[in-house]
Write a protein that binds this ligand. Structure first.
Ligand code: SAM
Length: 306
């Protein structure tokens, strides 16, 4: 998150430090933390920390990924809206998501036949199993087929119409996640999805200029591939601007016209953020976001090049 603002910072396990993440060139958010683990993989550097208010959280190359306190919001919102639009989803692919939170929410649906997950970096699930069992426990569910590899290569190799839902729970469009924000990737997802298939992906945020730029880029590419390409938002306290977006793209199904609230409620899932009334609210974008997304208004906050 907070595109372009990840900064390598000195941290050693056992140290008590202030960790800061830049949300814009002149804005940063700081947490008082105890450092729990630091590891460098061939792809990225992971630092696991604990903060009294946000709980356990981790960064990849200085970008905060999730916190144990508010991850339920992100994981509710990446999974449940799509299942409320197509409750018949049987075959799911998760791209990224090495912490296991997206897998945990997905695996709550009893009708699923296949849940594949492709994560590029074995370090992320390994450290999450130790420090974030609330999300990582799902990674050991026997119904999950976890592959360590690149998401773009995995989707390229997938058969036509082999998934009903693809959830892209990736890092930002810098580093290993870059290929997951390309036109080629979205095109391969289109091909790998069934006629009623849905793609949900990271859409960054609309407030700061750097995040907005990535949001627009992703949206334009997806809208060029999928006839239905909508964006929905949710409050996420730990992320840049406190508000984050996912994209919802589909060949046929519209997130509002095709919402099947009664069928979703029949699953009987207790969720702490998502519910059927919030579904419509999430897709009702604030006017400034709609205008920035279609390019008719520029960011007046953080508009300076970051
Ligand atoms: N919720 C988080 C956020 O938005 O900040 C994302 C969580 S999850 C930890 C992101 C995962 O995507 C990371 O574990 C990373 O290793 C993985 N990833 C990045 N690029 C990838 C790629 N090309 N293929 C598969 N997984 C990838």
């Amino acid at each position: 998150m907070a595109s372009g603002k990840g900064k390598t910072f000195a941290a050693l396990p056992g140290e008590n430090i202030w960790f800061s993440e830049y949300h814009a060139a002149s804005v940063k958010m700081s947490w008082r933390v105890e450092v729990l683990a630091v590891e460098q993989s061939p792809y990225q550097r992971m630092v696991v920390m604990h903060n009294p208010d946000f709980g356990v959280f981790f960064t990849l190359d200085g970008f905060l990924q999730l916190t144990s306190r508010d991850e339920f919001i992100y994981h509710d919102m990446i999974v449940h809206p799509a299942l409320a639009v197509n409750p018949d989803i049987r075959r799911v692919l998760i791209v990224g998501g090495g912490d296991g939170g997206t897998a945990r929410e997905t695996l709550r649906y009893p009708q699923l036949e296949t849940v594949d997950m492709v994560e590029i970096d074995e370090m992320v699930p390994r450290l999450c199993r130790t420090y974030l069992p609330q999300t990582a426990a799902a990674l050991d569910d026997p119904r999950l087929r976890l592959t360590i590899g690149d998401g773009l290569a995995f989707v390229r190799a997938a058969a036509d119409a082999s998934y009903d839902l693809i959830l892209v729970d990736s890092t930002d469009p810098v580093g290993p996640g870059e290929g997951l924000f390309t036109r080629e990737f979205y095109g391969e997802c289109y091909r790998a999805l069934t006629e009623k298939g849905i793609l949900v992906n990271q859409h960054e945020s609309a407030f700061y200029a750097g995040d907005l730029r990535e949001m627009r880029r992703a949206h334009e590419k997806i809208a060029a591939v999928f006839p239905i390409a909508e964006v929905y938002g949710f409050n996420l306290p730990c992320y840049s601007s406190g508000y984050w977006y996912f994209g919802f793209a589909s060949k046929q199904l519209h997130p509002l016209r095709d919402q099947q609230a009664a069928r979703w409620e029949a699953f009987g899932l207790a969720t702490r953020y998502y519910n059927s009334r919030l579904h419509a609210a999430a897709f009702a974008l604030p006017s400034y976001v709609r205008a920035r997304l279609d390019g008719s208004a520029e960011a007046e906050c953080g508009a300076a090049e970051e």
